[in-house]
Write a protein that binds this ligand. Structure first.
Ligand code: ATP
Ligand code: MG
Length: 367
């Protein structure tokens, strides 16, 4: 798939801008603070209905305005599909083919993107929160059931935490309701864990091969789902649901004491291993970056496998963060395959040599 056209109205520092893109590589050049990341962000928001930089949609609306509008023409399979996301003070409206979608989950997934920004290079070293977000955002785009389970899980978790606080403050003693909430939470939680494990297995298959090739076959990369639940290996989805329910029940006293839910996918993590050693603990900075690169590039293939089409790749200022060999690898992997949007202050030599027929945009002050 590729994005043919984009129209931005009052999005960040763009007042009213229409752009036509190449299905190949689009290079966005410009000095600092001109709107390069804003443009990538608008494509990301058009695809996922949320920003990678902020949870507050009002930050996306151009200063002094009440709403922003992102419109795009996506070419997928044989069709051109108009997508539109309107961001207002009172929430957002999402339209596919000019028809407003009742649920955002019906909208997400029409356009698939992978974003790679300098902060992603810290995927390995950074907080567990970042790694959970990575799985949720990337997998959520291509797996509607996952997105649904995740939304339901978050809803029940909120309720359950509120109820644990009541129990903790002795405003109620009713454990039956805690049981009900625990069973619901475990039902969504078990499904989420099973789906995450499957996604990681799929991703590992591709990431391992890419990583071997980037490291001249020196490093075997593998992933592990690191759960707060005990002994989850080899369990089916249903068994994971039961296991989570059981382990929640074993923790009631502790959870009531702390007034919060202590186990479940909202606390889980991913471990990255190189030659069976944890990269987070033992890996050099370069190994951690290369791991992040392999993971991101592997996603391209996973998305292709699951949706039948390659996603768009948004690369924000990453070339300057990688050495020549890794830049070359990255650019070779995406050539003639994936529509790419790449920002940089200026073209460097590797890019000049490897990017064939780029469409170049120079961005200055939101124009
Ligand atoms: P760098 O090379 O430093 O990363 P960039 O070109 O990626 O720069 P962006 O992050 O795209 O820069 O744009 C930043 C500019 O957008 C800032 O000058 C900021 O003031 C402006 N900006 C951010 N949000 C809004 C908004 N809601 N309304 C108007 N302008 C905004
Ligand atoms: Mg930027």
């Amino acid at each position: 798939m590729f994005l043919k056209k984009l129209h931005l109205k009052n999005f960040r520092n763009y007042e009213d801008t229409s752009l036509e893109f190449s299905p190949g590589i689009n290079v966005l050049l410009g000095q600092n603070a001109q709107g390069k990341t804003n443009l990538l962000e608008s494509i990301y928001v058009l695809a996922t209905a949320r920003s990678h930089r902020t949870a507050n949609d009002h930050e996306l609306i151009r200063f002094g305005n009440n709403d922003a509008d992102i419109m795009g023409f996506v070419h997928r399979r044989a069709d051109d599909l108009p997508l539109e996301l309107e961001l207002g003070k009172r929430g957002k409206k999402a339209r596919v083919n000019h028809l407003e979608q009742a649920k955002l989950s019906q909208y997400i997934g029409q356009l698939n993107v992978i974003l790679f920004a300098p902060e992603d290079l810290s995927l390995v070293k950074g907080s567990p929160n970042g790694r959970r977000r990575f799985i949720d955002m990337e997998f959520g785009q291509i797996a509607p059931r996952y997105l649904h389970d995740l939304t339901s899980y978050r809803g029940v978790l909120k309720q359950r935490n509120r109820y644990l606080k009541l129990l903790s403050a002795r405003k109620t003693n009713d454990r039956v309701y805690l049981d009900v909430l625990s069973e619901q939470l475990a039902s969504f939680g078990g499904s989420i864990i099973a789906q995450r494990q499957k996604f990681l297995d799929d991703l590992e298959k591709y990431a391992q091969e890419l990583h071997l090739s980037i490291t001249q076959r020196q490093e075997k990369l593998s992933f592990e789902y690191d759960s707060k639940l005990k002994n989850i290996a080899g369990y089916s989805e249903q068994e994971l649901q039961q296991l989570m329910y059981q382990q929640l029940q074993e923790q009631y006293e502790k959870e009531i004491f702390q007034g919060t839910t202590l186990i479940g996918p909202h606390r889980d993590d991913i471990k990255f291993l190189i030659n069976d050693k944890n990269v987070q603990t033992y890996g050099s900075q370069g190994q951690q970056r290369t791991t992040a690169l392999s993971v991101k590039l592997a996603e391209i293939d996973v998305m292709k496998e699951q949706t039948g089409e390659y996603p768009l790749l948004l690369l924000d200022d990453v070339l300057s963060e990688l050495d020549g060999q890794r830049q070359t690898h990255l650019l070779k992997t995406i050539q003639n395959k994936v529509q790419t949007f790449l920002t940089a202050p200026a073209m460097n030599d590797v890019a000049r040599n490897l990017i064939k027929e780029p469409k170049i945009f120079t961005i200055k002050n939101g124009n």
